[in-house]
Design a protein around this ligand. Structure first.
Ligand SMILES: [Zn+2]
Ligand SMILES: [Zn+2]
Length: 352
């Protein structure tokens, strides 16, 4: 069956459901074994603190609060609009690029879109693509175990930002080596981007966003740096981090009650549709990363659908409604409701 035009691949077969269920069971068995083994062998308290990261991340947040309080009323409105646009570009680069395209390969992209995704991602100022992808693939395969880089069982702070302030748990490295990264390592675009990553990051995340308001509408340097390079950057980071923390702690579980990732509306708003996290962990290969939410609460999907209309995104994977229903009825917390055809991708949504 084909949904949403010829460019979308729909997976309908019941055996796919069985396969997904088996995979989920195997993952859970592996996670349990890992947790028990490692708790005795590798106490998490032994993880070395990276003090440079502690100082940098702390100062960055203090600076963001200071800048917000001091320059809120002196910043030109055009600069706010520009900061919102730059934030959206960086956000889309993370959600549509690093996450749905590079990590999960939930759709295929022609070269112009690949370029757009990688450039947008650079605007967010996060780690390079191979790092991001490995962390996230390990996170999915070993969620909530010591091998999960931002294991939410270690609390809100650790899963939000604490994991970036210390060396990774040895199990993350060990299990990380079992992750297939061949597609990323053999991608010439990613190789080029990674080789010149620092230059691209400085230019696209900090220098160009700050220069535009200064030269285009005569913004003060202080206000431009404050709003674009500090406040916008800190918000971008925290919106991404909230998927790992908030959406792994609070929310309903209509698709699988046995896992921690949950449906979280607030995260979906700030992270452009990435907060429907219970669904995403059950169907990580769905390019929408959600069943509900429409375009309003899943702006990443809106952009991907627009790119699919012009043929730059294709083979967008999504499960059939039957498959989703089977999974939800079997393992959900009972809050799942069928999404009416008319509200699909229209901005309406329902969480329970
Ligand atoms: Zn997750
Ligand atoms: Zn994911």
């Amino acid at each position: 069956m084909v949904q949403m035009g010829a460019k979308t691949t729909t997976i309908t077969e019941y055996d796919v459901l069985q396969e997904e269920m088996d995979l989920l069971k195997n993952d859970q068995k592996e996670q349990k074994t890992t947790s028990c083994e490692e708790q005795s062998q590798l106490p998490v308290s032994k993880q070395e603190i990276i003090w440079t990261n502690v100082v940098f991340i702390t100062l960055l947040h203090v600076a963001a609060v200071y800048c917000f309080c001091n320059y809120f009323f002196t910043t030109k409105y055009q600069t706010y609009i520009w900061a919102f646009i730059v934030g959206g570009i960086g956000g889309f680069g993370v959600t549509g690029g690093a996450h749905r395209y590079f990590t999960h390969r939930s759709f295929k992209a022609k070269l112009p879109l690949q370029l757009i995704l990688i450039l947008c991602y650079t605007v967010s100022g996060q780690n390079d693509i191979p790092d991001w992808v490995r962390d996230h693939r390990v996170h999915h395969k070993f969620s909530e175990t010591d091998a999960d880089p931002h294991n939410a069982n270690r609390g809100f702070f650790f899963s939000h930002v604490g994991w970036l302030m210390q060396r990774k748990h040895p199990e993350v490295y060990r299990k990380g080596k079992t992750i297939d990264m061949s597609d990323i390592n053999n991608d010439p675009l990613v190789q080029f981007h990674t080789k010149h990553f620092l230059l691209f990051k400085l230019l696209l995340c900090f220098i160009i966003p700050v220069l535009v308001p200064v030269y285009a509408w005569n913004e003060n340097w202080t206000e431009a740096i404050s709003s674009l390079a500090i406040v916008r950057y800190v918000l971008n980071l925290n919106f991404t981090w909230s998927v790992n923390s908030v959406a792994h702690i609070w929310g309903s579980k209509p698709y699988d009650n046995r896992i921690q990732p949950a449906q979280n509306l607030m995260v979906s708003i700030v992270a452009m549709g990435e907060g429907w996290h219970n669904y995403h962990h059950v169907f990580p290969w769905d390019y929408r990363a959600a069943e509900i939410g429409g375009y309003l609460l899943n702006t990443t999907t809106l952009w991907l659908d627009l790119f699919s209309r012009i043929g730059w995104a294709y083979n967008l994977k999504t499960p059939s409604k039957k498959l989703i229903q089977e999974v939800a009825v079997r393992h959900g917390d009972g809050s799942w409701r069928e999404v009416p055809e008319t509200t699909e991708h229209t901005g309406d949504y329902k969480t329970s």
